[in-house]
Design a protein around this ligand. Sequence first.
Ligand code: HEM
Length: 143
Amino acid sequence: MILQLHSYWAYLTLALLIFALLNAVTGLIRNKDYKEKDLRISLFVLIFAHIQMLIGLAYYFTSPAYKHLKEIGMSAGMKDAHLRLLTIEHPIMMLLAILLITLGFSKQKKRETAKRKFKTIAIYYGVALVLILSRIPWDQWFD
Ligand code: HEM
């Protein structure tokens, strides 16, 4: 149940993140004004990503992958690429990506020109997206 929530919510989080990134890149290229709606879009990504993180954290310690890791031990577990992805690489990379989203959002608020605001979002959210895409367990997402 909680895993399904984590899987469905990931669609929303990813779709919003991609949308916010495209919005920032378009704003930058077309020299647009930074409006209330642009702030809202980046805020929604922040909120959705934090909820995704909370669902992930809540699931983590009850997940079969974590239980299996505990049974076989860290050194044997780390030799199994899939188990390593689920229990270490995915959670750490996602936490890092969410940290970047949080930093990007707060830095963007302090920037003074529209161009710099769009640029900050484009960079921080862009790198976060790459990190997320690199460590999603694609082979089992709605397998
Ligand atoms: C932006 C953040 C995140 C995204 C987009 C994301 C996305 C996903 C996706 C798509 C899956 C595959 C689900 C499936 O099998 O259907 C997954 C699995 C998983 N996620 Fe996340 N996740 C995020 C953050 C986190 C965090 C912060 C944690 C824990 C600290 C976490 C823990 C897990 C675990 C343990 C699984 C493996 C589920 C299993 O046992 O099969 N995730 N995640």
